[in-house]
Write a protein that binds this ligand. Structure first.
Ligand SMILES: Nc1ncnc2c1ncn2[C@@H]1O[C@H](COP(=O)(O)OP(=O)(O)OP(=O)(O)O)[C@@H](O)[C@H]1O
Ligand SMILES: [Mg+2]
Length: 381
């Protein structure tokens, strides 16, 4: 047997010879075997030792095998039960299977048939247990989903702010320069027509630079705000442009050429704009991280009339994803980045957000060439 701890098995039969033979065979195969001479005794035994598998005769005094089976299934949802029927008692076997027995074998018990039935019972037991663990994990993940989401956002926010500080600094420096120039012009005396023209040009530039700063700050603020999940009509073009605005500076520093290709009339999607923005920021950051020595990024979006969905693509010319890693990128905390650079939450969060929006995410990647992530979200009717 594969597991270290022997599997516990209870055998119930009113014929002592059969109990003896079956016990010897099973003990020989490494099982921890206990026996009972009737159904009632067998049930008590099960309550005491909680075996994984029960092998029971159908015809027994006091409580027959089918009754034992029904009781066991009611009391312990995880015990696998194999029933033994005499030759020609097929109707019992069928009833047993209806009562969720894992299998039946006919008497006299054949060693090979018994072994096969036990293997199947063990497989059933294991997969049932895995399913239970998986369900428990999902439930737990659900509880922490909101926390994970927030944590991921804070990480993105930290990285965004660093870039944004520079993005604000440049227009600010511009404004300061224009203000100084204007002051100097004023110091020269009367405002000639020519000076007035200069003034209004400078003022226009100051205005547009201030607008730019205010746009950046408000994008950052909306992104950082802790918001309740919503569903509203969202135009992805606007979202994408906000994300570009926030990450542009870092792209320039990293020598990444950005190409934006967004088609004209994309219908809105019903979505939580903050969550979708979080997804896009994650994709853009991942793409930037994959292009250490510069490269090209393409952000495109459009409407897929066939599937009635809006798509957003983030394509990079980075190092790509190996087929082994490809299997794992959506797992929470899976990262190939150095400590301090990646937590491994970005794509796990994105996956959760896509699910919640009835959307999907696709990946195509060629190691050494680049990666494309595509989001599909149902368009509003
Ligand atoms: N565009 C990409 N190119 C190459 N590899 C990528 C790309 N996007 C994701 N990956 C791979 O998938 C892994 C998981 O990505 P994910 O965004 O979930 O976490 P992370 O970026 O490592 O950390 P975090 O997003 O939490 O800062 C990355 O570590 C990287 O190996
Ligand atoms: Mg990431």
């Amino acid at each position: 047997m594969t597991s270290e701890i022997p599997w516990k098995i209870v055998v119930m039969d009113d014929e002592p010879d059969i109990l003896d033979v079956v016990s010897i065979v099973l003990e020989d195969q490494g099982y921890d075997v206990k026996t009972a001479a009737n159904g009632r005794e067998g049930l008590d035994l099960c309550t005491g030792i909680h075996p994984q598998i029960v092998l029971t005769d159908v015809r027994m005094p006091e409580m027959d095998g089918l009754e034992v089976l029904a009781h066991l299934k009611e009391k312990f949802e995880d015990i696998e039960v194999i029933v033994m029927t005499a030759f020609g008692e097929l109707e019992y076997a069928v009833k047993a299977l209806h009562l969720d027995a894992s299998d039946f074998i006919t008497k006299p018990v054949d060693g090979v048939a018994l072994e096969l039935a036990l293997n199947r019972a063990r497989e059933r037991y294991i997969s049932r247990k895995k399913l239970k663990e998986y369900t428990a994990f999902l439930e737990q993940a659900n509880i922490t989903q909101a926390k994970l989401l927030h944590r991921d956002k804070m990480i993105s926010l930290g990285r965004l702010s660093a870039g944004v500080v520079h993005e604000i600094n440049n227009p600010l420096a511009g404004i300061l320069n224009y203000a100084r120039l204007m002051n100097r012009i004023l110091g020269k005396g009367a405002l000639t027509k020519e000076r007035q023209e200069k003034f209004s040009r400078y003022l226009a530039l100051m205005e547009s630079e201030s607008q730019r700063i205010s746009q950046i700050v408000s994008s950052l603020l909306t992104f950082s705000r802790k918001t309740e999940p919503t569903r509203e009509a969202v135009f992805v073009t606007r979202l994408i442009d906000k994300c570009i605005l926030l990450s542009q500076h870092r792209m320039r520093l990293a020598n990444i050429a950005l190409h934006r290709d967004i088609s004209g009339d994309i219908p809105p999607i019903k979505a939580d704009p903050h969550q979708i923005q979080q997804c896009l920021i994650n994709l853009i950051f991942n793409a930037m991280d994959a292009m250490d020595n510069g490269g090209a990024m393409e952000i495109s979006a459009g409407y897929d009339a066939v599937n009635k969905s809006v798509f957003i693509k983030v394509k990079d010319s980075g190092h790509g994803i190996t087929p082994e890693n490809r299997q794992r990128i959506f797992e929470p905390f899976f990262t190939t980045k150095n400590e301090g650079y990646g937590v491994g939450l970005g794509l796990a969060i994105l996956f959760g957000i896509m699910e919640a929006h009835n959307g999907s995410v696709g990946v195509e990647s060629t190691p050494g060439k680049g990666t494309t992530f595509t989001l599909h979200l149902p368009a509003m009717p």
